[in-house]
Design a protein around this ligand. Sequence first.
Ligand SMILES: Cc1cc2nc3c(=O)[nH]c(=O)nc-3n(C[C@H](O)[C@H](O)[C@H](O)COP(=O)(O)OP(=O)(O)OC[C@H]3O[C@@H](n4cnc5c(N)ncnc54)[C@H](O)[C@@H]3O)c2cc1C
Ligand code: FES
Length: 256
Amino acid sequence: MKKYITNFTIKRKTVYNSHYFSLVLQHPDVLPEIEAGQFVEVEVPGNKQVMLRRPISIHDVDSDANTMTLLIQVVGKGTRTLSQLQEGETLNLVYPLGHGFSQEGSNVLLVGGGAGIAPLLHLSKCLKAKGVRATILLGGRTEELIPVRDEFAPYGTVGFATEDGSLGEKGLVTQHSLFSADYNHIYTCGPTPMMKAVARYAMEKGIECEVSLENMMACGVGACLCCVVDSDQGHKCVCKEGPVFNAKQLTNWIIN
Ligand SMILES: Cc1cc2nc3c(=O)[nH]c(=O)nc-3n(C[C@H](O)[C@H](O)[C@H](O)COP(=O)(O)OP(=O)(O)OC[C@H]3O[C@@H](n4cnc5c(N)ncnc54)[C@H](O)[C@@H]3O)c2cc1C
Ligand code: FES
């Protein structure tokens, strides 16, 4: 798939709380096809301490408006600098990167935790376009760490799990009443322990499962090897051969 290095204009910025914000980015030209689960490498403008681009999932795409949305959690200097950008400013992206979710399965569960919620909105939209209504389970330590909620409602049955019980059921996503063996395909993105628990459960129950890894990255295109995961077929670049992998390729990663 062809990659683009191009400037987008920040059309809309939404600040959800001190942890999360989103940017709707517009391009003058028609966007290429973007798979759910693909990501961009964002140049962090105006901060000489941040040399490397930052990988961010594509949260939403509006092909009619030539826009894509990024949902970003502020964790360090790069994301903090991005959070200070304003509407009308320019952001340079390399995109679309990596391989996305297969979009297979007729009765599917999407499990997202923290910033791992981001790629699941585009996925739930794509599944709906194929006639698949998903069950979407979103988790976080507290309510404010699940910044987007209503956006998912048109695309499936949505459940929430928070560790302090401030939103939805109290506990982990794997303890939620919607988390069961009723599905024939599970897609997950979020903190590594959560994805491993989800993938282990899916393997035990014989359910197809795809995980989207968020390893640290530098180049984003398979050149620097800093993002490798120890798959069952040897080392794989998460940026180029992932970030989405079938859990069956990662049994070593899942059990360790
Ligand atoms: C394919 C992919 C998609 C991603 N999608 C999103 C997204 O949609 N939204 C979002 O908010 N974040 C996403 N991330 C994570 C995001 O890239 C990092 O949070 C960001 O690069 C941190 O940059 P920083 O300069 O703010 O933090 P730094 O100053 O570089 O680091 C601050 C802290 O964050 C930790 N950190 C840095 N990178 C990662 C990482 N990849 N995973 C876990 N911890 C990390 C560091 O260990 C450190 O503790 C994604 C990562 C990958 C690989
Ligand atoms: S980030 Fe350079 S090879 Fe993946």
